[in-house]
Design a protein around this ligand. Structure first.
Ligand code: ROI
Length: 157
């Protein structure tokens, strides 16, 4: 199954956090990393205080079931979550399952496609870099979704 994962970090050297999570994904059983986007820098959503985020999207090929993939993402998050001092409560890495083939999943634990993805330029821009002609289950053409978004506050680096 082809799947897309969104990765984000704004703490403890975001670039290396994201690279570390990418290699953990690639080294996991039943997962092969196919492609990773460039890095994108943006302010925290909703004008929350805190350092800028780095985000990427990656494409994987996996024989994991969708909830097994969620377990793996949470395992990687747990391994990399360092909480210290003034950053109490902040997380060093987030992994979100964006798409799992063209499947739709709605359970207590997981909604796929990720329900917030169409509101987030830091998800749609890197996704479009990998696959500009993607059709999103529920949401329609990625290109059309991107046209609705404000793209002035995000920088490809
Ligand atoms: N803001 C940006 N720019 N990037 C993120 O990955 C991100 N992740 C979050 C919240 C706190 C919603 N804001 C974000 O979890």
């Amino acid at each position: 199954m082809l799947a897309f994962i969104g990765l984000g970090s704004n703490l403890d050297n975001p670039r290396s956090q994201i690279n570390k999570a990418l290699s953990a994904l690639d080294q996991a059983q039943k997962v092969a990393l196919i492609q990773a986007s460039s890095f994108y820098r943006s302010k925290p959503l909703l004008d929350m205080p805190g350092p800028d985020y780095l985000n990427i999207v990656c494409k994987i090929d996996t024989s994991l079931e969708v909830l097994e993939l969620l377990d793996l993402c949470q395992h990687i998050e747990n391994k990399q979550h360092r909480v210290r001092g003034v950053h109490w409560g902040s997380r060093t890495i987030d992994l979100d399952i964006l798409l799992y083939g063209d499947e739709i999943h709605k359970t207590q634990r997981l909604t796929v496609p990720h329900p917030e993805m169409i509101n987030r330029s830091f998800v749609l821009l890197p996704l479009a870099e990998i696959d500009p002609t993607l059709e999103l289950p529920t949401f329609g053409a990625l290109r059309t979704c991107l046209e609705q978004l404000e793209l002035s506050d995000i920088e490809k680096i």
